[in-house]
Write a protein that binds this ligand. Structure first.
Ligand code: GLA
Length: 723
C-alpha cells in the first residue's frame, strides 16, 4: 500500500520506497500541505499537523489567530482567497473575479490509474495506486479533482488536476497549474537545463532561490531548445552524490512553466504546468478541463539520486513498455550523408554498406518528397523521379537486403509552396495577413480536427503497404503568432498541443510496431510528453562530439541515456573541429547509437572500425537500457567528462573518461568510481586486474593507466564482477 488515509485526523500519507508526502483536510476544509521528503513512519504523521502560525491577514478562522492562509501550505492555491502568495489556479466566473475558496468534499483511493484522455501520462503497473481528492467552490458549483498517482518503486508521485463546471455560467480560466507544492524554507538552489538551438541543455544552471519569483518557461509552442520543463530544487549543500534534492518535470511538450516564489516568511511555493502567458480558457457549463501531468521525486542522494529516480520512472512508466528495455535500432541516417540530395539509388548504396558498419536500419531523412526545404510539406507526395519505386517499393528492396527501414516526417507543418496551403491558407496558425514564416513553412492549425484528419489520412495513404520500422517525427519551427480562425486566442497554444498529440497518436495507431524517434530541429522538444510516444529523441543537430559531451551530460539530469539519441557523424559539420573516430564513438555511445555519414567516402578499414564500434555498443547496450548512470566529472566544471553506467545487479559497469582539453596533469589523476558494490571484486577487462568495489570507489582508478594510444580518443573500461 502506498496511499494511507487516517480517518480520525483526516490526514493523507503517500509513501514511496524512500519518500513520504503528507497533507490533511484542515479545520476549514482546505487541503493543507504538511510534508514532502524522506520517508517517515505513518504513525507519526499526526505530529506534523499540529503547527501554530501567527496570522495577521484575512482568513476563515474568525476568532483563531493561529491560522494564516498566507504561510500555511496548500495542495491547491486559488487566487484571491486568504492566501496572498502566487496562486496555482486563477479563474473568474461570468466576468467577476471571485474569492475562490475550495473545500474538501470527498476522496477515493484505488489501485492503478485512469489514463488522461488526449494527454501523455505515466503508465501504471501492479504497484501503482491513485488518490483522487475532490474540492468544491460552492459559490459557483465548480469541482476540482486533484490526482496523486503514486509509483512506489521509482519514488515518483505524478500529479494533475481536473476542473468541472457544474454551475450555470461559463468560467474563464487564466492559470491552471498541474501541481502546487509549498515548503517552509527557501534554502534551496534551482537547477535548470538551459541552452539554445545547437546547444540544447548544454548548460546545467544552478542559482540560489532568492526573494521574488524564479520562473523557467517556454513561449515557443514547444518545450523549446532554450529551457526545459525539468526543474530540480536542491539544498545549498547538496551535490551530485549527497544532500536533499527535489525533482520536477512535466509530461507536456508545449508552453510550460515551472515557477518558484518566496513568500513573506521565507517560505517557498512551486507551481508548474501550462504557461499562463496569454492563456485563457472558457469552460462552459457542463465542460471540464484537465491539466497536463507533472511528476515529482525526492532523493537524499544528491542530483545523481534524483536523476536515477527519474531515469527509472521514465523507462518503466513513461516510455512504451515494448520499446523501453528492448535493444534500439542502430540506424544509418541519410541527413548528414546527403542532406536533401537523396535518391533511391543513394539510399540503396547506403544500405549496401550499412551492415559493413554494423547498422541495421537505413533511415531516409528529409528530401524524399522535395528537393529542398521550400516545398512539399503538407502534401507528402513521394518524388517519383528520384524514388521511382515509391516508398513502398524502396522498403521492399531495403528489407530484401536484410535491413530495416526508417523514414522522416514533419506532419505538423506545411510549406507555403504546397497544394495544401494553396487550398487552405486558413489552416495555419497566424494572426496577420502576412504571417511570419520560418524555414519557408508554417505551423498547421491542429486545433482543428479536420486538419489533423487531413494530414493523418494523407500520410497514411502515401505510406500504405510500406514496410516501415522506424519514423523520425520532426518539428522544425516555433509556433509564433499562434492565432487560429477556429479557436479563441487564449486557447490556441494548449489546443495546438492537444492536436499535435492527437496527430501523433493517430499515425502511431496505424504503425503500432514502428519505433518513433521524435525531433524538433534537434532537441527543441526533448520532454516527457514526447517520450510517452517515442522511446528516444534526437538530442541536437549539433553532432560535434565535443559540443555533444556538454549537451548529452546536461540532458542526463532529467532523462535516461537510452532516450538520448546520438550519432557517429563526420563530426565537424557544425563546428569544423576535428575529432578521432574513437572519441566520436565514445561520445555517441553515451545514448542510443547510430551513424549519420556518407559511407562511400570511407575505406573498408574504416568500416571495419565502425563495425567494431557497433559490436561494442551492442555488448554494453543493456547498461544504457537498464543500468544506473553515475556522473563523475562534469564537462562544464572540469576539462573532462566522466561517468559510469552500472547494471542494477552491480555485476557489470562501464566507465568512460573523455578529455576535452589537453591538460598536462591527467596522467597523475586518480578518479573515484561510484555505484559499485564495495564487497564485490571486479575484473578490469582491459588489464585483467581484480580490485574490490571498495577500492575502486574510495581510492579510485589511475587515469594514466587508461590510455592505450591517444589521449584525445578518451576511453571506456568494462568492469565485471568476479564470481
Ligand atoms: C531537423 C532535424 C535534422 C534533419 C532536418 C531535416 O533539423 O533535426 O536531423 O532531420 O530537420 O530537414
Amino acid at each position: 500500500m502506498s496511499v494511507y488515509f487516517c480517518e480520525e485526523n483526516q490526514i493523507f500519507h503517500l509513501q514511496t520506497k524512500d519518500t513520504s508526502y503528507v497533507f490533511c483536510v484542515s479545520d476549514f476544509n482546505a487541503l493543507e500541505h504538511l510534508y514532502y521528503g524522506k520517508k517517515i513512519p505513518t504513525d507519526n504523521v499526526k505530529y506534523i499537523s499540529n503547527r501554530q502560525i501567527y496570522s495577521h491577514v484575512a482568513h476563515e478562522s474568525r476568532d483563531k489567530r493561529d491560522f494564516c492562509a498566507s504561510v500555511q501550505g496548500f495542495e491547491i492555491a486559488p487566487f484571491n482567497g486568504g492566501d496572498i502568495r502566487t496562486p496555482s489556479v486563477v479563474y473568474d466566473v461570468a466576468g467577476d473575479v471571485h474569492a475562490n475558496r475550495l473545500r474538501y468534499r470527498s476522496h477515493k483511493i484505488y489501485a492503478g490509474r485512469e489514463p488522461i484522455e488526449g494527454l501523455p501520462y505515466s503508465r501504471a503497473d501492479e504497484n501503482t495506486q491513485t488518490l483522487e481528492v475532490v474540492l468544491s467552490d460552492d459559490d459557483n458549483n465548480l469541482f476540482f479533482t486533484l490526482y496523486y498517482v503514486v509509483f512506489p518503486e521509482t519514488n515518483v508521485i505524478a500529479r494533475y488536476q481536473k476542473l468541472e463546471n457544474k454551475g450555470s455560467v461559463s468560467v474563464f480560466i487564466r492559470r491552471f497549474s498541474s501541481f502546487c507544492l509549498d515548503f517552509y524554507t527557501m534554502d534551496f538552489d534551482a537547477v535548470t537545463l538551459e541552452g539554445i538551438y545547437l546547444y540544447e541543455k548544454a548548460s546545467v544552471s544552478r542559482s540560489p532561490i532568492k526573494r521574488g519569483v524564479f520562473k523557467c518557461n517556454s513561449l515557443t509552442g514547444t518545450s523549446s531548445h532554450n529551457r526545459n520543463p525539468f526543474l530540480a530544487l536542491c539544498r545549498h549543500n547538496a551535490d551530485e552524490d549527497m544532500g536533499e534534492v527535489y525533482g520536477f518535470n512535466l509530461l507536456y511538450s508545449g508552453n510550460f512553466m515551472q515557477e518558484v516564489s518566496v513568500g513573506c516568511l521565507g517560505d517557498m511555493r512551486v507551481v508548474g504546468g501550462i504557461d499562463d502567458t496569454g492563456f485563457s480558457w472558457t469552460l462552459a457549463k457542463g465542460e471540464s478541463l484537465v491539466s497536463p501531468e507533472a511528476v515529482m521525486t525526492y532523493s537524499d542522494q544528491g542530483l545523481g539520486g534524483m536523476s536515477r529516480n527519474f531515469h527509472d520512472h521514465i523507462r518503466s512508466h513513461i516510455i512504451e513498455r515494448k520499446f523501453a528495455y528492448a535493444p534500439r535500432p542502430i540506424v544509418i541516417n541519410s541527413w548528414e550523408a546527403s542532406y536533401f540530395a537523396v535518391s533511391e539509388e543513394k539510399v540503396l548504396t547506403l544500405a549496401e554498406s550499412a551492415s559493413s558498419c554494423g547498422a541495421d536500419t537505413v533511415v531516409l531523412d528529409d528530401g524524399w518528397f522535395r528537393p529542398n526545404d521550400r516545398k512539399g510539406l503538407g502534401d507528402w507526395r513521394t518524388d517519383l523521379e528520384r524514388f521511382p519505386s515509391g516508398i513502398h517499393g524502396l522498403t521492399e528492396k531495403v528489407h530484401a537486403m536484410g535491413l530495416k527501414f526508417g523514414l522522416w516526417l514533419e506532419p505538423e507543418m506545411v510549406n507555403e509552396d504546397s497544394d495544401l496551403y494553396r487550398e487552405h491558407p486558413e489552416w495555419i496558425l497566424s494572426t496577420s495577413k502576412l504571417p511570419l514564416i520560418s524555414r519557408y513553412q508554417y505551423v498547421l492549425d491542429l486545433t482543428r480536427d479536420e486538419v489533423v484528419e487531413r494530414v493523418a489520412s494523407r500520410i497514411i495513404e502515401e505510406l500504405a503497404g510500406a514496410k516501415i520500422d522506424y519514423i523520425k517525427w520532426d518539428f522544425n519551427r516555433y509556433a509564433t503568432e499562434a492565432g487560429s480562425h477556429a479557436t479563441p486566442s487564449g486557447e490556441v497554444y494548449h489546443r495546438q498541443m492537444l492536436g499535435g498529440y492527437k496527430l501523433l497518436s493517430r499515425i502511431k495507431a496505424q504503425f503500432p510496431d514502428v519505433l518513433f524517434e521524435t525531433c524538433c530541429g534537434g532537441g527543441g522538444r526533448f520532454d516527457l510528453g514526447m517520450l510517452f510516444y517515442s522511446p528516444q529523441i534526437w538530442t541536437s543537430d549539433n553532432t560535434d562530439p565535443y559540443a555533444r559531451t556538454y549537451i548529452q551530460y546536461g540532458t542526463s539530469y532529467g532523462y535516461p541515456v537510452s532516450a538520448i539519441s546520438c550519432h557517429f557523424t563526420e563530426g565537424d559539420c557544425t563546428s569544423g573541429r576535428e575529432s578521432t573516430y574513437a572519441f566520436r564513438y565514445r561520445v555517441a555511445s553515451f545514448g542510443s547509437y547510430g551513424y549519420e555519414l556518407d559511407l562511400s567516402k570511407y575505406t573498408d578499414e574504416d568500416k571495419a572500425i565502425f563495425k567494431g564500434y557497433s559490436e561494442e555498443y551492442r555488448r554494453d547496450e543493456a547498461l544504457n537500457l537498464q543500468g544506473d548512470l553515475y556522473r563523475l566529472l562534469s564537462p562544464e566544471e572540469t576539462d573532462y567528462c566522466a561517468y559510469i553506467k552500472v547494471s542494477k545487479d552491480k555485476k557489470r559497469a562501464l566507465f568512460t573518461f573523455l578529455e576535452l582539453y589537453a591538460s598536462g596533469f591527467v596522467e597523475s589523476m586518480t578518479l573515484r568510481l561510484k555505484g559499485l558494490d564495495p564487497n564485490v571484486a571486479y575484473r578490469n577487462e582491459r588489464t585483467g586486474e581484480v580490485l574490490y568495489g571498495a577500492t575502486l570507489m574510495n581510492v579510485g582508478i589511475r587515469i594514466g593507466d587508461l590510455y592505450r594510444k591517444k589521449r584525445e580518443d578518451g576511453d571506456s573500461i568494462l568492469f565485471v564482477a568476479v564470481e
